[in-house]
Design a protein around this ligand. Structure first.
Ligand code: CA
Length: 229
């Protein structure tokens, strides 16, 4: 059974989430504050996804997210945000979260998001052959899901990896933000197009020498993006 960390300080919401995850065949690991969450992750290195509440009594959910990513972990991360926290959605994506769910959410909505992210993370798991895609100074390895630029490994989130894979496999092709959203986040992801822009911006910081003058991941004005190398 796949382990999912549930970080939520409000016990009634936490139990609600835990019950629904169990019903969907997952093994929830509970934490009621940020410190406890990080400890649980340490003793359960096989946790594949974390649901992180933002407002917590000790360290906030974004800081927990940052610390998880700082360890090099590629687990899926979904932020649980309150409705008024529009800005938090963007901050969440910038700190390395893969998705967010706005409170209050229905059990169906939550498990749909969890299932979708688990599917995205496992897309290449069964691929036996090591496949490398090269473009300019970049080499993408679809077996171990890594990216190198001039032989140096770049630290990517799963979403950033999937974006690079999409672009590098379609060199020179202009792709609309809608196409990118459905290819990377899935057709069942009711996300905003802004999500694409936020992640592209973050990816550029990692892959471009000058993110303000992108050489590889270029903008197609009024349409979307293109792997321009
Ligand atoms: Ca809370």
């Amino acid at each position: 059974m796949k382990k999912i960390l549930v970080l939520e300080d409000e016990s009634n919401i936490r139990s609600f989430v835990v019950i629904n995850l169990r019903r969907s065949g997952y093994e929830p690991i509970e934490a009621e504050n940020g410190t406890e969450a990080l400890e649980k992750i340490k003793v359960n290195p096989d946790i594949c996804l974390a649901l992180l509440d933002v407002m917590l009594p000790d360290i906030d959910g974004f800081e927990v997210c940052r610390r998880i990513r700082a360890t090099g972990s590629k687990m899926g991360i979904i932020m649980l945000t309150a409705k008024s926290q529009e800005i938090d959605k963007v901050t969440g994506l910038m700190t390395g979260a893969d998705d967010y769910v706005t409170k209050p959410f229905s059990p169906a909505e939550l498990t749909a998001r969890v299932d979708a992210l688990i599917r995205r993370l496992g897309v290449d798991e069964d691929e036996k052959a090591s496949v490398e895609v090269s473009s300019g100074p970049f080499v993408l390895n679809t077996r171990n899901r890594t990216l190198e630029k001039n032989g140096v490994r770049l630290k990517l989130t799963q979403i950033e990896y999937l974006l690079m894979k999409l672009f590098m496999e379609n060199p020179g092709k202009a792709m609309s933000r809608e196409d990118i959203l459905s290819a990377v986040w899935g057709t069942d992801f009711a996300g905003e197009l802004k999500t694409v822009d936020v992640n592209i911006r973050r990816l550029r910081i990692k892959i471009e020498s000058d993110p303000t003058e992108p050489e590889f991941l270029t903008t197609v004005w009024g349409y979307g993006y293109k792997w321009g190398y």
